[in-house]
Ligand binder design. Structure first.
Ligand SMILES: Cc1cc2nc3c(=O)[nH]c(=O)nc-3n(C[C@H](O)[C@H](O)[C@H](O)COP(=O)(O)O)c2cc1C
Length: 206
């Protein structure tokens, strides 16, 4: 069977806030993880990390922290995080070397990039804004892949990230950014309000 085109997936996607109780197969969840894995990122740093909560016991850990109950009604919840380790000199160097070895970046550019002020120790890393761009791209890849598989999802940021970090017992360098509940949609909402084309295009000065 032919899958949906990119255009069709983009048009079909909605934030889904009601889920069927039907579980999502491990294969489909793996496809969603693969969509994140293949996302682009600055200097190929791939700072995204995910915790997948499926059982009632696993989801129960975040029960007191999510504000919107629909999140826990989803059969699978991805906790989407940034790993600050990705921004240490050692990890940046490793990723840069891969790019040089695969002829993506020249040795000169890699040398130039490594001259920047890159922290040695993870404790010194202040998460750069590009980390959130990188994670955002990966999560939206997951959202679109889920849609293409007939699943629904919803970006969720409405929770206290520090409390979430604590409830999951995560290491210091892992920063929780968003949740992505995933499941079979139990509603099919219409297109939500959007700005017009001319509201989002700023014409360059002539
Ligand atoms: C970064 C981000 C954070 C969001 N956080 C929440 C949230 O905490 N709770 C929620 O119900 N929806 C959340 N949403 C979903 C938006 O409300 C939704 O995308 C918007 O209203 C447009 O609707 P649509 O996604 O169905 O097109 C979030 C979306 C994004 C991109």
């Amino acid at each position: 069977m032919m899958g949906l085109s990119c255009r069709e997936v983009i048009r079909k996607r909605r934030s889904i806030r009601k889920f069927d109780s039907r579980p999502v197969s491990a294969d489909l969840l793996e496809e969603i993880i693969e969509a994140a894995r293949l996302a682009p990122s600055g200097t190929n740093r791939q700072p995204w990390r995910f915790i997948l909560l499926k059982s009632e016991k696993e989801k129960g850990k975040i029960a007191g922290i999510v504000i919107q109950p629909f999140v826990l009604e989803a059969p699978a919840v991805f906790v989407c995080c940034v790993d600050r380790n990705s921004f240490t000199r050692r990890m940046v160097g490793k990723r840069l070397k891969e790019l040089v070895d695969t002829n993506v970046v020249s040795q000169e550019s890699a040398d130039f990039l490594s001259q920047r002020n890159i922290p040695e120790r993870v404790e010194e890393v202040i998460t750069p804004s590009s980390a959130y761009l990188d994670l955002g791209i990966a999560v939206e890849h997951m959202v679109l892949q889920a849609t293409a598989l007939g699943l629904g999802s919803c970006w969720v940021r409405l929770f206290n990230t520090r409390q979430m970090h604590k409830a999951l017992g995560l290491p210091e360098e892992i920063e929780v950014v968003a949740l992505l509940p995933v499941g079979y949609p139990a509603h099919s909402p219409p297109l939500r309000p959007r700005l017009n084309r001319d509201d989002i295009i700023i014409e360059p000065d002539n």
